[in-house]
Design a binder for this molecule. Sequence first.
Ligand code: PMP
Length: 358
Amino acid sequence: MSVPSPQPRSVVEQIPVYVPGRPPTPRPGLTTYKLSSNENPFPPLPGVIEAAHAAVDLANRYPDMGNTRLYEGLAARLGVPADHLAAGTGSVALIYHLLQAFCDPGDEVVHAWRSFEAYPIAIASVGAVSVPVPLDEQWRHDLDAMAAAITDRTRIVLLCTPNNPTGPALTQTELDAFLDRVPSHIVVVVDEAYLEFVRLDDAVDGVATYRGRSNVVLFRTFSKAYGLAAFRVGYAVAPAPIAAALRAVSLPFGVSTVAQAAALASLDAHDELMRRVDHLVAERDRVTAALRDQGWSIPDAQGNFVWFGVGERTASFAAACEDAGIVVRPYGTDGARVSIGEPEGNDRLIEVAGSFGL
Ligand code: PMP
């Protein structure tokens, strides 16, 4: 006789699988490059490693659950009150926290597609409904279509700028015009994971934007420009009531003592880290220009990655890269995203792209 076994909620079966960027398979005689996760190729600064090591001595104690020093450091750098901040285990955690805090089952969340693949996963995990709005033909958010997708059930709109995986960023003018069209009871997230890489004349000023609105939330991370992906530290900047809601649903002690120390030391080393970002931006622009010279139509690349919208040829493009020792990130039959890495890896990409054939 069969006995009933525990069953997860029915929504669990509908959660899409998160596919992480793979590391390269080691190849004798060939240096390989992992360009599949938009990581920072620079290792942590010595001062950051020292701060993290010092924090290991406190590993028998729980972390500061209030992230006190981290909030103080961020508040000072950003010029925002500390109670407008909520930290989490990477900014991906903040996406989950926001959905948990604002969405009942059946509520709708509007987001561009293709965009960050964690959005539909997190949305499904709370039983909310994903409303994906196709990007326009330049691989940019179609803000008119996104505004038109808002219904009475919409609780959250997720904007990703620059958009992962395609690269274009919103301008401040576009963002303001969009926000003016969104009812103020709907939370609008501006996911700025790649903010530091943006070089646009009319770039979004996230902090000024959130200051002027009661429904705007910024998501930021130490994983990309700050190069601390393994430590898992992200944060939201939000009006106090939204920040309080995010903190209320967050996992206790979600940011470890070591992660808090490393993030704080990185904030102290901001200028040095931003010089590294300048280098990566120069590499991105060099790669983009070389690919366009080859005839590739690469969309505006404002993050630390470039997008090949190769459609049906995505798998063969990824395989050609792999053969040359570069692991990239294929997305179904939409295209492939390639992170900007060390100059040698970037050169390898230019070579493979040149011989792949348009
Ligand atoms: N938002 C976007 C747009 C991302 O691309 C990523 C990471 N790939 C994240 C958020 C999450 O970053 P993390 O959890 O490492 O802070």
